[in-house]
Ligand binder design. Structure first.
Ligand code: NDP
Length: 497
């Protein structure tokens, strides 16, 4: 395979002088009281040191929460349109800095440059949507139940919000939490995943450059146990917006419930693409493969199960195999369509799932092998995998693999397809491919998922609610207008005149 280097990223990384970054607390870059740091390395070239960060602890968290609490007093009173104006400026800055942010993002996470740029543009779009929302924080006014009494509701900002993000989308996930928080008048303490804190530093700098006052957004880097845990337990934190694994989401929900703090939980998925009928197998396969293997399958909304009626199974599988052959694996700075996995530990976990699936009777139809030759030895690379003869009771059909593995499950008819689609603990996104409108609408109505895509892969939009049911999430959906229900509290006002 001939690969063309996108040399500017390589040059940029070589010129990058690895720095030690502080936490961003109350508008200042400060070292942790721990005196310790953690380092991160290029996901596609593991011996290249990118930067070091604070290995923070509870004292750092306390300082950040207190700064956010103090900043809330003014920020929450700033008129919404003024807050929105800062967010518009911030969105512009994201776009103006897209190349640098994309280099950092691809380096720390591993995704392709095209994916990284797309993520930065998407973050800018979501920030702009939130900027607009800051102009229209609505309440309801209803006729009074009693004569001469006016009754209405108003929304007030919740307070200090903890934003906790995983490693798969280190730019858009924090912005998906920080932008609505700012729009609705909340202040934030943000904890990125320990393996991807680099872009977060740049995000803080751009928020500051946009004019966001000190203390309004704070960054504390460190582990889940030393930073995440005290953040979730802090009595001044009124809400926790968390994206990550379902087990941890449930644990965080239990802790928050103990003091009636609100939660917004975006958790795992085991997303089905149900295929009943189509005119063109290739176009369906393109949609499915793109939704299954983007970001090396490390997306909570990745399609991981193709549930196909038996008369279409062979034709569709052939079309999927053709599409898989077009995937080029390699480092972000080359002309590739799939980067490495985030690290070798995660690669091992995905490989274990492949072994379990094959041991349970699934057939490996394509890929799956670890790539170790030449530059591949420097990252966690594997070829995308397709398994068929998968049955709904297998672990690979039920558990989130979070990697480039697609399972094909054959069913007798549309009724069984729906039953299999719902036969998992998750309920995040689901696709259906059908030419029959009644079948498509029946599926949309009956499938247990938060986001349903008809004749469409599992790609969401920057202005529509994003979230899941069952073990895939709880609390108000993020993105879109539903965010108001998490980031604000409602007051009811009666006025007699
Ligand atoms: P986790 O759920 O373990 O971590 C997500 C975030 O929570 C990270 O910032 C993590 O910090 C933090 N955290 C860890 N422990 C605590 C704690 N006790 N209190 C508060 N915060 C904490 O996800 P991982 O990144 O480790 O991935 C594990 C699995 O989760 C994946 O294999 C996948 O199945 C799923 N996942 C789902 C995602 C989604 O978008 N739905 C995204 C990523 C993962 P730290 O990084 O320091 O551990």
């Amino acid at each position: 395979m001939t690969l063309t280097k996108t040399s500017s990223m390589v040059e940029w990384l070589e010129a990058n002088e690895s720095k030690v970054y502080g936490n961003f607390i109350d508008g200042e870059w400060v070292d942790s009281v721990s005196g310790k740091t953690i380092s991160i390395f290029n996901a596609a070239k593991n011996n290249q040191l990118l930067a070091s960060f604070q290995d923070s602890n509870e004292s750092d968290v306390n300082q950040a929460v207190e700064a956010a609490h103090e900043a809330f007093k003014n920020w929450s009173k700033m008129p919404g349109p003024d807050r929105g104006a800062l967010l518009y400026r911030f969105a512009d800055l994201l776009e103006q800095n897209v190349d640098e942010l994309a280099y950092m993002l691809s380096a720390e996470q591993g995704k392709t440059l095209a994916e990284s740029k797309g993520e930065v543009f998407r973050a800018a779009k979501e920030a702009r949507f939130c900027a607009g929302e800051a102009f229209r924080i609505e309440g309801n006014t209803l006729p009074g139940e009693r004569r001469n009494v006016w009754s209405s509701t108003i929304r007030k900002p919740l307070g200090v919000v903890a934003a906790i993000a995983p490693w798969n989308f280190p730019v858009v996930t924090p912005i998906r939490k920080i932008a609505p928080a700012l729009a609705y008048g909340c202040t934030v303490v943000y904890k990125p995943a320990s393996v991807t804190p680099w872009t977060s530093v740049r995000l803080m700098e751009l928020l500051e450059e946009a004019g966001v006052p000190k203390g309004v957004v704070n960054l504390v880097v460190g582990s889940g146990s030393k930073v995440g845990d005290p953040l979730v337990n802090h009595p001044l934190v009124k809400g926790i917006s968390f994206t990550g694994s379902s087990d941890l989401g449930i644990q965080i929900n239990q802790i928050a419930a103990g003091r009636l703090a609100k939660t917004q939980l975006e958790l795992g998925g085991k997303n089905p693409a149900v295929v009943l009928d189509y005119q063109d197998a290739t176009s369906v396969a393109k949609q499915i493969v793109s939704a299954a293997f983007a970001c090396s399958g490390q997306r909570c909304t990745s399609i991981s199960r193709v549930i196909v009626v038996k008369e279409k199974k062979e034709e569709l599988t052939e079309a999927l195999l053709q599409e898989l052959k077009n995937i080029k694996v390699g480092p972000a700075w080359e002309q590739v369509t799939m980067g490495p996995l985030v690290n070798k530990g995660h690669l091992n976990s995905v490989q274990d799932y492949l072994k379990v699936g094959i041991a349970e009777g699934a057939r490996l139809r394509y890929g799956g092998e670890i790539l170790t030759e030449g530059e591949f030895s420097e990252g966690a690379y594997m070829n995308p995998a397709l398994l068929d003869l998968v049955t709904p009771d297998m672990r690979i059909a039920k558990e989130e693999i979070f990697g480039p593995v697609l399972c094909v499950i054959e069913v007798e008819n549309k009724e069984e397809a729906l039953e299999v689609a719902n036969n998992v603990e998750y309920g995040l996104a689901a696709s259906i491919f059908s030419n029959q409108l009644p079948d498509a609408f029946h599926f949309a109505n009956e499938v247990e998922a938060g986001m349903i895509h008809i004749n469409h892969g599992t790609a969401s939009a920057a202005h529509m609610p994003f979230g899941g049911v069952k073990q895939s999430g709880a609390g108000a959906y993020s993105i879109g207008r539903s965010n108001a229900d998490f980031f604000t509290e409602t007051k009811v006002v009666y006025f007699e005149y």
